[in-house]
Design a protein around this ligand. Structure first.
Ligand SMILES: C[S@@+](CC[C@H](N)C(=O)[O-])C[C@H]1O[C@@H](n2cnc3c(N)ncnc32)[C@H](O)[C@@H]1O
Length: 401
């Protein structure tokens, strides 16, 4: 194990229910189909991980989708940091290039620890951190660490790298949990990392692919309407539109093997690519059967407190005018600030198809013998010694062999 200082690199529904399964119709994609699915997501890190910057992001054809995703994450972060109050400490797992850092800084968190497997992305996060601590949030005094780690590997070093005295009120994992569902061992390791330093009463939240929606689309590929609209209708078990594509190897899944159900996912402007003939280079992801996730999480003292599809979130916060509570007012105002597209354009956009693919979850750590009621008035419980370490943002890189 080796710790390095920051590098100066600029690169520096019955049949739709995903839990319903059977062996029938299992079939591998044909070799002659010009679709390449990468062996596993290790290749992911060999790709071009340069930060496109603000201008690059704005120029993206899926800028609306990205803004929408950011809006949902910003609402979640605001809600739970606000619930906890002052001195919040956060562990952001699979933080990537730290896109959520400004949101946490906006909420004035006291400690931010981000971890990801990809060194290049962490270098981007470090650049972002330095920029925001020097500019927009110079008065914040937030203590930050970035730690490189394979968070679901038996050799995960996360817990050794976090200062002993630091515990978290919030653990987040945004758009990344699917990687850890490759095997039961992996997701168990990941969940043990989630809970080890989460305070009792603390929150674990995130955003994931809604497997029920994904599987419903898979199983209705041949419906006339979907078939005509689907640019991949000549390819087996493949669907999508001009911005995204998903390819499964089968339509139904063995009931006794709920882990490692993989599908290739492609999203324009993401880390994955299309070649000049339009052939898609997929990244493997793994289905998260939500019921299973909830049962597993229980074993780690995590109780589900909310879960909803992005579309419901939008309806409750933007469309449903009868709801006048404070949270909805805040979310609506943030929506108006972050998203510049009227409702009609929005719901008919092909990017809406992608928005419907995602959902939010939130668990609470409730130790055995306690109930949710015991944590009704949870506030950050840190004593001052938690903050007794050097305030300079730091990037800790564990060199993996
Ligand atoms: C789609 S990105 C999401 C990044 C960020 N959370 C966000 O919302 O923008 C998925 C992230 O998961 C990270 N990741 C994938 N497998 C991982 C693993 N085994 N351990 C740690 N990070 C991992 C990738 O490097 C990538 O940064």
């Amino acid at each position: 194990m080796k710790e390095l200082e920051k590098k100066n690199s600029k690169h520096s529904n019955s049949n739709s229910d995903s839990s319903s399964s059977s062996d029938e119709e299992e079939e591998k994609p044909k070799h002659d189909e010009k679709i390449q699915v990468l062996e596993n997501h290790v290749r992911y890190y060999e790709r071009d991980l340069r930060d496109p910057g603000i201008e690059g992001r704005k120029a993206s054809r899926i800028y609306f989708l990205r803004s929408f995703n950011n809006w949902v994450k910003a609402c979640l972060i605001k809600k739970y940091t606000f619930k906890i109050g002052r001195n919040v400490s956060v562990l952001d797992l699979c933080c990537g290039r730290g896109g959520d850092l400004p949101k946490y800084f906006q909420s004035r968190v006291k400690i931010y620890v981000g971890s990801d497997i990809a060194e290049e992305l962490l270098q981007n996060a470090m650049d972002r951190l330095e920029k925001i601590t020097q500019e927009k949030f110079s008065g914040n005094n937030t203590k930050c660490f970035l730690i490189q780690d394979d968070l679901s590997s038996p050799t995960s070093v996360l817990l050794k790298k976090i200062p002993d005295q630091v515990f978290f009120d919030i653990v987040a994992c945004q758009f990344a949990l699917h990687y850890h569902f490759e095997t039961e061992d992996k997701i168990r390791k990941f969940l043990s990392n989630v809970v080890a330093k989460l305070n009792p009463g603390g929150f674990f939240f995130g955003t994931i692919i809604d497997a029920d929606v994904l599987v419903k689309r898979l199983r209705s590929i041949k419906n006339k309407e979907n078939f005509d609209k689907n640019p991949y209708n000549d390819k087996k078990f493949t669907f999508g539109n001009e911005y995204y594509s998903v390819q499964f190897a089968q339509k139904r899944f063995p009931i006794n093997k709920p882990y490692g159900i993989r599908y290739g996912f492609y999203l324009e402007d993401s880390i994955d690519k299309k070649d000049k003939h339009g052939n898609v280079d997929y990244i493997w992801e793994y289905l998260i059967i939500f019921k299973l996730f909830v049962e597993l999480a229980k074993e780690y003292e995590l109780e589900l407190v909310e879960n909803f599809n992005f579309e419901n979130f939008y309806e409750n916060n933007v469309i449903n005018e009868s709801n006048e509570d404070r949270e909805r007012t805040f979310n609506l105002n943030l929506f108006k600030k972050m998203i510049k597209l009227d409702h009609e354009k929005l719901s008919t956009s092909s990017q809406w198809d992608i928005i419907q693919l995602y959902k939010v979850f939130c668990f609470r750590k409730i130790p055995k013998g306690k109930t949710m009621k015991d944590y009704e008035r949870y506030t950050a419980v840190h004593d001052k010694t938690q903050f007794n370490f050097d305030n300079k943002p730091e990037l800790k890189i564990h060199k993996m062999v």
